[in-house]
Design a protein around this ligand. Sequence first.
Ligand SMILES: [Cu+2]
Length: 81
Amino acid sequence: MGVDGTNRNMGERMSATYQVSGMTCDGCANAVTRAIKAVAPAASVEVDLEGKSVTVAGFDDATAIADAVDGAGFEFGGVKA
Ligand SMILES: [Cu+2]
């Protein structure tokens, strides 16, 4: 109700939040974001440093995301409950 098209698209795109350990600063967040975007260029990636999690919208291949995260030197912990 009262939501414009843009917000609606962002809010309703399928997304999942994954646990990622080892991120300590914006540099880490950028590295993880770049790694995921390398396998999912159209995805939107949002890192929560304090929550040790990454939310990915528009791409739901968790295996590819896990490989990207591990390849960047961080620890993929699965889908966050
Ligand atoms: Cu860092």
